[in-house]
Design a protein around this ligand. Structure first.
Ligand SMILES: [Zn+2]
Length: 193
């Protein structure tokens, strides 16, 4: 059995890549604005993260794991420390400048057969080719599962919501058991399809 990690809670109005402009409109953060597609407005999140998380993005939460408003996952210092101790591979943690939290990035992207992965694609951008939304999948059937039972993994094909692309993180049943023993606040697991 394979499970998907699901934070219980979402930060309200707290975005990795967006900020309010002086008129209160949500816009891409200034430090990433040059990355925005002129047509659909999406940015290359990997390039943005490689520039570093914005010092204005601060996470204050009592949970060990939480979703940002755009659906990215952030975890506490305790989560990073304990997971690193277990030596599970497949994740990379990018620390925020001003808090104990880190952004979770995939380190193992598994080959994915799009015809079997169950994605539903909507509104492809004529300029950058990204989808406005890429939802439902990835299904297990379309992914080449890792040979190790002890690694997080994500599909090589990212999901898209109207704001950003994002990854879903998968784990084995053995990992779920080990992670549950650590009693992280705010973590849940859903059976992967
Ligand atoms: Zn575009």
């Amino acid at each position: 059995m394979i499970y998907m990690i699901e934070p219980d809670d979402e930060l309200s109005d707290n975005w990795v890549f967006f900020e309010d402009d002086p008129n209160g409109l949500l816009v891409v953060r200034e430090e990433y604005r040059d990355l925005a597609c002129q047509c659909c407005g999406k940015i290359d999140e990997n390039v943005a993260i490689s520039r570093g998380p914005s010092p204005n993005f601060i996470v204050q939460a009592n949970s060990d794991i939480i979703a940002t408003s755009e659906g990215w996952i952030c975890v506490s210092a305790r989560f990073c420390e304990q997971i690193n101790k277990l030596e599970f591979g497949g994740l990379r943690f990018v620390s925020l400048a001003d808090s104990n939290f880190s952004i979770v990035m995939p380190d193992l992207l598994v080959e994915t057969d799009e015809s079997k992965a169950g994605f539903e694609n909507h509104n492809q951008c004529a300029s950058c080719g990204r989808f406005g939304e890429r939802i439902i999948g990835p299904f297990i059937e379309g992914m080449r599962l890792p040979t190790s039972d002890f690694t997080f993994f994500a599909s090589s094909i990212a999901n898209e919501n109207v704001k950003v692309s994002y990854y879903r993180f998968f784990v084995s049943e053995l990992m779920v058991e080990a992670i549950r023993r650590l009693e992280f606040a705010g973590i849940d697991f859903a059976e992967a399809m």
